[in-house]
Write a protein that binds this ligand. Structure first.
Ligand code: PMP
Length: 452
């Protein structure tokens, strides 16, 4: 009997074949749309990532509301993926949907500021402790622009990231640590420059490596998620960030925190919840309740240096910004979302639900004596195929198992439970019910009965 991570592979594969057949048999409308899509869409999907779900054909969405999705065949799902965080506070939160309906009739974009932008920047300053803000359309863009400002302001070229990171489609950070050396990430398509020339990479939770990578004084900024979430979750060791921040400051580098996923930790993200003091901060995905919008903040000192750099540069394109950024509509949606949806009360509900689910998963894995762990980051939790929580990207990467993930995800999906593809990550919106979490634990338990 071949086993992996405590699972009987033969049984898991046989069950997966049955689940594949069940999916196809019960979704005729999705199947017919998927067949039609091949004609005009690359890989048969409007964004090629949508081809990475564990389903044998695309699952077509009819509508989404709160924590529920309905597919075109009428199946209803409890959504623990939430658009991979874009809909973290539930699909179409009413205050945001109302603001969009109201304001979209009064001008969507004009490349002129409106009063909502001031309110939003003031609120972000209050939550994140950084006084000056700019806006973008996606977290990828916000990271790209923040890096550019950091380089312009410091006059330094290099960038440092943590092994296994993901910060969106920012070419500079597609570097991996292989046998102690930085190498371009092999999966990056169409990039012809050697990104390792100006990008450095060290393991998370390794203070000595951080110190030595910054020692020559060439690094403009360290771009980091305060806790890693994209290669599986990796939490900082106790006291790690206090020391890491001191090291970064001592070498004259900036700390750029990417809170796009760790905004699950509270209204001011992980940084505010744990007293971090970044120089810059990026926020994207759920900021406007699902409408494309992102923001990045500066300390007062850095804002002054950034403005000085722009004034000193020759007139012309800065390479920073896009035409639709900070549009009237996006600002109205951000305002409604921050004021009425990303509230302390909603976070409290999300934490409670995520805590219940994390506890239930731990009990489940203990019942089946599986060497798996569960990590919670506020409203988000993740199970990993490792006995102990990984301490860095290499350990987290080693705990991933795409085949097992696909088996589990499809089994759950066929039972009306949707979890994030390419992760074992579960997000709890304020609309998730205790019943949703219970159903997920029951279905997962059934799967384990069959294969563990
Ligand atoms: N930062 C982090 C931490 C992310 O996880 C992601 C996307 N998963 C991004 C940035 C990029 O977000 P987007 O794809 O919306 O640009």
């Amino acid at each position: 009997m071949a086993t992996r991570h405590g699972i009987d592979l033969d049984k898991a594969r046989a069950l997966h074949a049955r689940e594949t057949a069940d999916f196809l048999a019960s979704r005729p409308r999705s199947l017919s749309l998927a067949q039609r899509a091949d004609e005009h869409l690359l890989f048969g999907v409007p964004l090629h990532w949508m081809d990475d779900w564990p389903t044998p054909a695309s699952l077509y969405l009819a509508e989404a509301c709160g924590a529920r999705l309905t597919d075109v065949d009428g199946h209803v799902y409890a959504d623990f993926c939430l658009g991979d965080t874009g809909a973290m506070f539930g699909h179409s939160p009413a205050p945001v949907a109302e603001a969009i309906a109201r304001e979209s009739a009064r001008g969507m974009t004009a490349m002129l500021p409106g009063e909502d932008a001031l309110w939003v920047a003031g609120e972000l300053a209050r939550r994140f402790g950084l006084p000056v803000w700019q806006f973008a359309l996606s977290a990828s863009d916000a990271n790209r622009f923040a890096i550019r400002w950091a380089r312009a302001a410091t006059g330094r070229d290099a960038l440092l990231v943590f092994n296994g990171c993901y910060h969106g489609t920012v070419d500079d950070v597609f570097v991996d640590l292989v046998d102690g050396a930085a190498v371009p990430r092999a999966s990056l398509l169409g990039q012809v420059y050697d990104v390792t020339e100006h990008s450095r990479v060290v393991e998370f939770n390794d203070l000595a490596a951080l110190e030595s990578a910054l020692a020559d004084g060439c690094v403009a900024c360290v771009l980091a998620e305060p806790a890693m979430t994209n290669i599986g979750m990796v939490l900082p060791d106790p006291g790690y960030w206090e020391q890491a921040q001191d090291i970064i400051r001592r070498h004259g580098s900036l700390l750029l925190l990417d809170e796009t996923h760790t905004i699950s930790c509270g209204p001011g993200g992980y940084g505010a919840a744990h007293g971090l003091r970044p120089d810059m901060l990026v926020l994207g995905k759920p900021l406007a309740g699902g409408l494309p919008a992102a923001a990045y903040g500066f300390s007062a000192e850095l804002a002054a240096r950034a403005q000085q750099a722009k004034r000193a540069a020759p007139p012309g394109h800065s390479g920073i910004g896009t035409t639709l950024s900070a549009s009237r509509l996006a600002c109205a949606a951000m305002r409604a979302n921050l004021a009425e949806v990303m509230t302390e009360d909603n976070y409290r509900i999300m934490f409670e639900r995520a805590g219940q689910l994390a506890k239930g998963l731990r009990e489940l894995f203990a019942r089946f004596a599986l060497p798996w762990c569960v990590t919670q980051l506020g409203a988000r939790c993740e199970f990993q195929f490792a006995a102990k929580p990984p301490r860095n990207g290499s350990e987290a990467g080693a705990a991933q198992d795409e085949e097992l993930e696909r088996c589990i995800h499809l089994y759950l999906l066929n039972r009306g439970l949707l979890i994030t593809p390419f992760h074992n990550m579960l997000l709890l919106s304020p609309h998730a019910t205790e019943g949703d979490a219970r159903r997920l634990l029951e279905a997962f338990g059934e799967w384990l009965e069959g294969v563990a």
